[in-house]
Design a protein around this ligand. Structure first.
Ligand code: PHE
Length: 487
């Protein structure tokens, strides 16, 4: 409709000066006229200039007065021609808003004398407000003073209006638009000689795919997995969030009075509150090493309690998995191994910008005869270089299960300072020997969180924006793939 009207009009006329008037005269929807002009312009059938103006429109209140009359007019009409009426009676007669607005406006216009009794000051009034509003509604002009007062009373508002002016024939003008075929249908192919096909637009964006999206943590995890795999590491099975205190702490030579074993730091399970089975002979050796040592150690010298080891908890570190794996490894004839894991751990901690009660740990370990601290430093250097962090420093630290232990620091080029990125060490003989690993077998290991590098890579400064129920799903959909690695 609109397209035929525009192209037809231009066949006999020089130009359309104003798309708004054009639409109004032909009783067309102006939005449609605008869309057609835009499209015809794109195909150079026509040329047009954009036109912007402010128009006045009635607000809801303005529309009401235009239809029903102003409140001051109603108020005035309710006052008797002769004598007076009490204010209370008037209030009862009129709508609350008509009474309130009407009384103020009518008094201001000196139409009525207001007191306990209300009487007319003039005999006849004109509802200029209604008249002005009707004029505006028809797109006609009114005097500036009335305009200002209607604006002040919020009965009208200005609204941006866009359209086109100077609509003329363009270089490809034709009275009717050629239709290009857009699909290679059987019919189109049969008649291809008579057809014109639309050119391909290789710059058009494709349809967004309605598919699942990987969370940033999963993307970064993939990067870590790839690095471990490139370095010859095998993944450990981490599919148990519930662990016994035995594997999480005791097997790691962590004394039963250690503060980390407190319920303030660890989530214990109510049901089932205890583990069903543990390897009895190994439990006996662990008890021994805690109580009185062995393998060159003096032990901790306290009464080791089985009930404490039986308690179920949500694992506080993935080193619980490493202890199970090393125990399993010790059962067979010894073979050197490189293991890694990346999975969730839980700590009963106060939640803040950088801490949640659950997070992910990345852990790597190498188990071989005669490994030294030098091997640990070397493998950490290789690992972190692959992450793009070649500058490392180490600080002596303490873990109940490693000796020596080292915190790992990396130089952050952006922050221009050394930041802590992980923890590491050589597992103690008190941990490895009771498992039954050969005496000369050493295990070097390290751990770090997955959240921290992910937050750095994606520029997220509040962990709650990354993980948990407050995460914006759109962020997950939009976040790019990430690459970490050797520069
Ligand atoms: N388990 C340690 C932690 O939770 C990390 C670690 C792993 C330290 C292996 C040393 C060796 O922080």
């Amino acid at each position: 409709m609109a397209e035929a009207a525009i192209l037809g009009f231009l066949q006999n006329n020089e130009s359309i000066p104003d798309s708004g008037n054009f639409a109004a005269e032909l009783n067309l929807d102006h939005e449609e006229v605008k869309n057609v002009i835009k499209s015809l312009q794109g195909f150079r059938y026509i040329e047009a200039k954009e036109l912007k103006r402010e128009t006045l429109v009635l607000t809801d209140e303005g529309k009401k007065y235009a239809a029903e009359g102003s409140p001051e007019f109603h108020f005035f009409s309710a006052v008797p021609e002769e004598g007076s009426i009490s204010k209370d009676d008037l209030e009862k007669k009129l709508d609350a808003s008509v009474f309130k607005i009407g009384s103020t406006q009518a008094a201001k216009k000196k139409w009525v004398a207001m007191g306990k009794q209300v009487s007319r000051k003039v005999q006849h009034v004109e509802d200029k407000v209604k008249e002005s509003l009707l004029l505006i509604q028809q797109g006609l002009e009114i005097d500036q003073e009335s305009l200002n007062s209607l604006k002040a009373r919020k009965l009208i508002a200005s609204q941006g209006w866009t359209g086109y002016s100077d609509v003329k024939k363009g270089p490809s003008y034709a009275p009717k638009r050629k239709i290009f075929a857009t699909d290679l249908t059987r019919e189109n192919l049969q008649n291809w000689k008579e057809m014109e096909f639309k050119e391909y637009n290789f710059n058009a964006k494709g349809q967004p795919l309605d598919a699942g999206h990987l969370h940033p943590l999963l993307k970064v995890r993939k990067q870590f997995k790839d690095i471990f795999c490139q370095m010859g590491f095998e993944e450990m099975p981490t599919n148990n969030f519930v662990e016994s205190s035995f594997w999480n702490f005791d097997a790691l030579f962590q004394p039963q009075q250690h503060p980390a074993r407190d319920s303030h730091d660890t989530f214990f399970l109510k049901a089932p509150s205890t583990t069903r089975e543990l390897p009895e002979d190994y439990v006996e050796r662990v008890k021994q090493v805690h109580e009185s040592g062995g393998y060159g150690s003096r032990g901790y010298n306290y009464d080791w309690k089985r009930e404490e080891a039986n308690k179920n908890l949500l694992r506080t570190h993935t080193t619980a998995v490493s202890s199970r794996m090393l125990y399993a490894l010790a059962k067979g004839p010894f073979t050197p191994k490189r293991y890694f894991s990346i999975d969730r751990v839980f700590r009963n901690e106060a939640v803040d910008r950088t801490h949640l009660a659950e997070f992910h740990q990345i852990e790597g370990l190498i188990c071989d005869r005669g490994l030294t601290l030098g091997d640990l430093i070397g493998v950490l250097q290789a690992f972190f270089s692959r992450l793009g962090m070649p500058k490392l420093r180490f600080k002596p630290a303490y873990n109940p299960y490693t000796e020596p232990s080292m915190e790992i620091f990396s130089y952050h080029e952006g922050l221009e300072k050394w930041v802590e990125i992980g923890n590491s060490g050589m597992f103690r003989p008190e941990m490895l020997q009771p498992m039954g690993l050969p005496e000369d077998v050493r295990v070097i290991a390290w751990g770090l969180s997955l959240e921290r590098p992910t937050m750095i890579l994606y520029g997220i400064d509040n962990i709650r924006d990354l993980f948990g129920h407050k995460v914006d799903l759109d962020l997950i959909k939009r976040n790019p793939i990430c690459r970490v690695g050797i520069e």
